[in-house]
Design a protein around this ligand. Sequence first.
Ligand SMILES: Cc1cc2nc3c(=O)[nH]c(=O)nc-3n(C[C@H](O)[C@H](O)[C@H](O)COP(=O)(O)OP(=O)(O)OC[C@H]3O[C@@H](n4cnc5c(N)ncnc54)[C@H](O)[C@@H]3O)c2cc1C
Length: 432
Amino acid sequence: MHNADPTPESSQILHCDAAVIGAGPAGLMAAEVLAAEGAAVHVFDAMASAGRKFLLAGKGGLNLTHAEPPPAFAARYGARSTQIEPLLQQFGAQQLRDWAHALGVETFVGSSGRVFPIDMKAAPLLRAWLQRLRQQGVQFHMRHRWQGWAQGGALRFSTPSAALQVRARAVVLALGGASWPQLGSDGAWAPLLAECGVDVVPLQPANCGFDTVRPDGAAGWTPLFAERFAGQPFKSVAVRFEDHQGRSFARKGEFVATATGVEGSLVYAFANLLRDEISARGQATFWLDLLPNHDAERVAAEVLRPRGSRSLSSHLKGRLGLDGIKAAVLFEQLGRDGMHDGAALARAIKALPVTVVAPRPVAEAISTAGGVAWDVLDAHAMLKALPGVFCAGEMLDWEAPTGGYLLTACCAQGRAAGQGALRWLAQQQSTR
Ligand SMILES: Cc1cc2nc3c(=O)[nH]c(=O)nc-3n(C[C@H](O)[C@H](O)[C@H](O)COP(=O)(O)OP(=O)(O)OC[C@H]3O[C@@H](n4cnc5c(N)ncnc54)[C@H](O)[C@@H]3O)c2cc1C
């Protein structure tokens, strides 16, 4: 451990059993496991209060987990399901719901299988959780930014007053990803760990929006479209996508037009494929079905039906219910001539190509892909290069769609890291 240590002699020193750095769901779970076994736990966070991103997640309704069967649940972690499934067997969706219940927060399963607290909010759950942790003796140190290790191996923190060094017998790092850095998780830990020989896969946006290009290669939407429709949803549409390796995605849902492209739940659901395709090929094109409940024959028949003196837009609205953003995006992509070619228009309504060229920056994303590589951890979530240092949560190299899969895995990993740290503390005790 050798990050530079500019002010060792002016630092105060604190000694403890376990230091948990990061007061998000992963860190708080680790602290809970450690404190339950009587360890003296100190939690440090750069922000003024704990769980800022958790609270934000509760803003549109806290989707805590998902009620689908465990094998389908585990498959959501894609290439990382092998590593994450055993953790979910210890602490998965049901255990998370039971845990919330024990904190006085009942949950319910929504129509899509997503699980929410009855009141949809994160704040009551977080409040009860922090209160129980304090009762267990966990000590919180807010506005303490971890800055690496001092030469002797102590953790270095900057605080609003003096610098602080912490000598902990076990350390859990739960520093989050790099999305929404204004809430504390800024990914600044990545170079600190890389410097210590820990392999960190570059952090990338996940569950993110994308910038589009128009058929003529110009960036984004036309100014007219962006001005009128940015922020508006494409509702009840479907998308299809196949990447150059034959990986495919097809689903109904909705997404939103932004000033420069697209974002929202349906886009997030295959954002990993789009991102990887852009990285391999420079761009990715998905096919948008604007009327998934109408078959192609019916659409063609209605488009080609004589419209008399009616304008094309009233014809599309009257015969197919196509108006607003859906009609505008057709015009945007086909241009005036294309709109008056009935066969081309009918085809486009069922399969409009939308080309994306760049994911939006990770700071705007819901979550982060990349992070600490799994193979640098041992079976107990400890960094092989840094004995006694454990990692959990979004800072590890995995990703998952929205739907409660992010929080569930963060909590499961936090518990695993807490258990790993306990085991380590016990081993240290027995060799003293
Ligand atoms: C808008 C939005 C909505 C979301 N909604 C949902 C949802 O409904 N369901 C779901 O499952 N997931 C959701 N997520 C994702 C979920 O919130 C995250 O995956 C989860 O919070 C990650 O937990 P974590 O503990 O790993 O990291 P974080 O919650 O990011 O916590 C990391 C903590 O580490 C601290 N930290 C970082 N660096 C330092 C440092 N150097 N020194 C000290 N402290 C540091 C940060 O201040 C932060 O408090 C949402 C995310 C966003 C942005």
